[in-house]
Design a protein around this ligand. Structure first.
Ligand code: C2O
Length: 596
């Protein structure tokens, strides 16, 4: 392992890791290669992948509300003139990475993001034990490698091992940072406002690790330590955290051993209707009336849409920028929105005030299934990077240098950086190779014809004729002009066409979801398995400092979608937003098309 290039250098240079090259041997890979025109020497991609290595200038924010790079240049310039000015002591909004929280200041603000009930925490209840000693992270030195297995394929002995590890974790003293509830509190503390950005110089701004580019790296680190704690409790350094393989038909139910009430893996706070049901990756907040077969078809289509079509650029995949002094307002990445968020809500118990456990951030970690869910989310990061072309980690130094703190298996508090988690091989783990059927699930158009938008003129308003903000208390249809039509293949490779639903203000105390369709004349019986489905906006309840409204953006890739609908020459598209859950109060500031 010592011969591996540093992850940062490797990512910057676009070096294929041993991990991704071995992934290329999965059976579905050749088919994907064909569709995506991935070539091993010079990588291209039919959805608009640039051939040269991405650098941070490629990854401009889609909505330029805060031009942070310019601000940083200004600050650096001032430093040059003033000479003696210590720049590190001047907190500059949006021009620095988030610094790991000072855990001694945890819980000074009230927690928020849930309705207070009998079991909900308050004040410092989600805070870890304090430690004055912080160690810097060291890459694992053991010779062993952990393979994270598919949860539905576990052998009885592996299930027993997993069960024992969780049982021991639950039996640890309540103030041991490795204790099961302490581990659950990590999620609550980082997601429900227990930490502020005081270490970055912004004591009044909260830390929130969802809805931005911190989503993937934060959860990767969280699981890394969780897995090692479990392994050490059963003295098995090869223990790998199983992944809930909800992206393959055989893995779409909650593995049955989670439902045995005598098991440590059991949690009574789950949706009782879904214990043996096929997961609904597009969960709308109420029971689905679809057959299992239709659910499976939709799930595979959602996977393809979110990992392939809607994640052709690193910012689309990881989520928007989030720097010191700011809130994550630019929007979460495609996979975070869906399937990640709907799965939380689908498992959470509707009998509980906040959909506990998985249905709310503060309580999600109290269900072991959460970690298996996130093991699969993390696997999506690894899979996405094998798609070639622009499918690379971000190179923005503020992302790379963001830090977090976690307790390790020896109860040491460890500071980690995003830049050190980019290669799972360096962290000593990998995923069991299983089929990835959704790579072949490119959706099919309902009606493949152009001119749909033109026929709607007169009946549907153009964005330029609408007084934004508009409400989403009912289905919204608008005609959106396209700044560019009939682009050449090279232009498409250089720039992806992206639909932006901008300034979505929503009630952040409930599960919110709406679906976006393009050029769908008939809004009845829509399905994610049709090309016209562009994606879903989905949010778990979460608030900032008790504010009940949040504002963010939604993005969806259009290049492939419009090609498949044969609407690439049209100068206007018909966009339909269909409210599915908690949309009564949503307002939207604008809908437009940008090129990234
Ligand atoms: Cu931190 Cu799935 O949530």
């Amino acid at each position: 392992m010592a011969s591996l290039p540093s992850p940062v250098a490797a990512a910057a240079a676009g070096i294929t890791t041993p991990y991704s090259s071995s992934f290329a041997t999965v059976s579905s890979w050749p088919l994907l290669s064909k569709k995506c025109s991935i070539k091993s020497a010079k990588q291209t991609h039919r959805y608009g992948v640039r051939c040269n290595a991405a650098d941070s200038d490629d990854q401009k924010p889609i909505i330029e509300s805060l031009n942070s790079l310019d601000r940083r240049n200004v600050l650096l310039g001032l430093g040059g003139i003033a000479g003696a000015v210590n720049l590190t002591s001047i907190p500059s909004v949006g021009a620095a990475p988030l610094v790991a929280p000072d855990i001694s200041k945890c819980g000074t603000n009230p927690l928020s993001g849930f309705k207070a009930g009998a079991d909900t925490p308050e004040g410092s209840d989600c805070c870890p034990p304090d430690s004055s000693q912080i160690m810097d992270f060291q890459f694992p030195k053991e010779e062993v490698f952990r393979v994270r297995p598919a949860a539905h394929l576990l052998s009885p002995s592996y299930i027993a091992k997993f069960n024992l590890a969780i049982k021991r974790m639950k039996e640890l003293p309540a103030d041991d940072p490795r204790n099961f509830l302490q581990q659950a509190h990590i999620h609550c503390a980082y997601c429900n406002g227990a930490y502020t950005q005081s270490s970055s110089g912004f004591p009044d701004v909260e830390i929130q690790i969802h809805n931005s580019w911190l989503f993937f790296p934060f959860h990767r680190w969280y699981l890394y330590f969780y897995e090692r704690i479990l392994g050490s409790l059963i003295d098995d350094p090869t223990f790998g955290l199983p992944f809930w393989n909800w992206d393959t038909p055989a893995g779409m139910k909650i593995p049955s051993y989670f439902n045995e009430s005598s098991s440590a893996l059991f949690d009574s706070k789950r949706n009782q209707d879904n214990l043996t049901a096929v997961v609904d990756l597009g969960y709308n907040g109420q029971p689905s009336t679809l057959s299992d077969l239709d659910k499976v078809t939709n799930n595979l289509a959602i996977m393809y849409k979110q990992v392939v079509t809607n994640a052709t650029d690193p910012l689309l995949f990881f989520g928007g920028e989030y720097r010191a002094g700011t809130e994550p307002i630019r929007g979460g990445g495609s996979v975070e929105q869906s399937p990640h968020t709907p799965v939380h809500r689908w498992v959470g118990d509707p009998r509980e005030l906040n959909g506990e456990d998985l249905g709310n951030f503060y309580s999600a970690g109290r269900d072991t299934l959460f970690y298996c869910h996130h093991s699969n989310v993390d696997r999506m990061w690894s899979l996405w990077k094998t798609l070639g072309g622009k499918h690379k980690d971000l190179t923005d130094s503020d992302w790379l240098n963001t830090s977090f703190v976690f307790y390790d298996e020896n109860k040491n508090l460890v500071r980690v950086y995003v830049k050190d988690c980019l290669l799972t091989s360096r962290l000593g783990y990998d995923y069991q190779r299983v089929d990835v059927p959704w790579l072949n699930s490119r959706p099919v158009p309902r009606s493949r014809k152009s001119g749909i938008a033109r026929r709607s003129m007169g009946r549907v308003k153009r964005t330029t004729d609408i007084n934004f903000p508009v409400k989403l208390n009912k289905t919204v249809r608008v005609l959106v002009p396209r700044p560019k039509t009939s682009r050449s293949q090279t232009e498409k490779e250089n720039e992806q066409e992206v639909l932006v639903v901008q300034g979505i203000e929503y009630d952040s105390q409930q599960y919110v979801k709406f679906d976006v369709y393009v050029n769908d004349e008939d809004d009845d019986n829509t399905s994610p398995a049709q090309t016209e489905y562009a994606g879903s906006f989905a949010q778990l309840p979460h608030t900032h400092k008790g504010k009940t409204k949040s504002k963010t953006n939604f993005r969806a890739g259009l290049t492939e979608l419009l090609e498949d609908l044969e609407a690439d020459d049209d100068d206007t598209i018909l966009v339909t937003l269909i409210p599915r859950s908690g949309c009564g109060d949503i307002t939207i500031d604008g809908i437009n098309i940008v090129y990234v």
